[in-house]
Design a protein around this ligand. Structure first.
Ligand SMILES: [Zn+2]
Length: 246
């Protein structure tokens, strides 16, 4: 059973790895068929995430078990944050964005652990629905994902050799229905977050149900009134990380 400060807590929800299994499988197939060679933006993102995936734990002499546990969770949190950064920067290709989104979803329990977002308006993903308690992140389950992810990101990085012409495979658009609110976050100053709820440009509705259509180049939000909005200015993570896993 998971423990926080030595006390057993309710078992954390299982990691949302369905998307990751799917996207990793697709990526391996594309690599085997030599149908994906990274663009320079993809290569930059893959290298950054790979560096996080393979980062060693800090060596601490005589560290308390609690400090060691925090280090392990911090490593997972850094992978998540780097992944979301590159997903939302908008430079990567659709297949890379799909993979990064799947990695981020699987690592959502580390969104606020060990370090919660510092401002009230910061994004809140991965909280346990219907509770105010923060479940302990399933550290071992998260760590168990890393060897396969490191192997995949290493193989992807290897396609970006000098002189290699980038080859980006097509990605099928996806569609989802979402009952709830989308929040757009901005960071007006270091450590300061602002957030606003996205409303329909026609009727002002905020609660959906929204019809989300996304091809990983852009996402559109369809409102029940019939309006379709492209100008919501939501980052991919602000859309895909709030959707329930299907
Ligand atoms: Zn509307």
């Amino acid at each position: 059973m998971a423990r926080v400060h030595g006390k057993p807590v309710a078992a954390a929800h299982p990691l949302l790895t369905r998307g990751l299994t799917l996207e990793s499988g697709k990526a391996w197939q594309l690599l085997a068929a030599r149908e994906w060679r990274l663009s320079s933006a993809d290569a930059e993102a893959v290298a950054a995430v790979l560096a996080r995936l393979t980062a060693p734990l800090p060596t601490r002499r005589g560290a308390a078990p609690q400090a060691r546990a925090t280090d392990r969770d911090r490593l997972l949190q850094r992978i998540l944050r780097t992944t979301v950064h590159h997903l939302d920067a908008g430079a990567v290709s659709p297949p890379a964005a799909a993979l990064l989104a799947a990695v981020a979803r699987a690592l959502l329990p580390w969104h606020a652990a060990p370090n919660p977002p510092i401002a009230a308006a910061a994004p809140r993903y991965g909280t346990v629905p219907g509770t105010t308690d923060r479940a302990a992140p399933p550290t071992e389950e998260g760590e168990a994902l890393l060897p396969d992810l490191a192997a995949l990101f290493t193989a992807l990085a290897a396609t970006s050799m000098p002189g290699a012409v980038p080859l980006t495979p097509p990605v099928e658009p996806w569609q989802a229905r979402y009952v709830g609110r989308f929040r757009r976050h901005t960071r007006p100053a270091p450590g300061v977050w602002a957030a606003e709820t996205v409303g329909c440009p026609e009727c002002g509705g905020k609660d959906g149900p929204w019809t989300v259509i996304c091809d990983w180049r852009r996402a559109t939000l369809g409102c029940p009134c019939g309006a379709v909005s492209h100008e919501h200015r939501l980052a991919f993570s602000e859309i895909c990380l709030v959707l329930p896993e299907t």
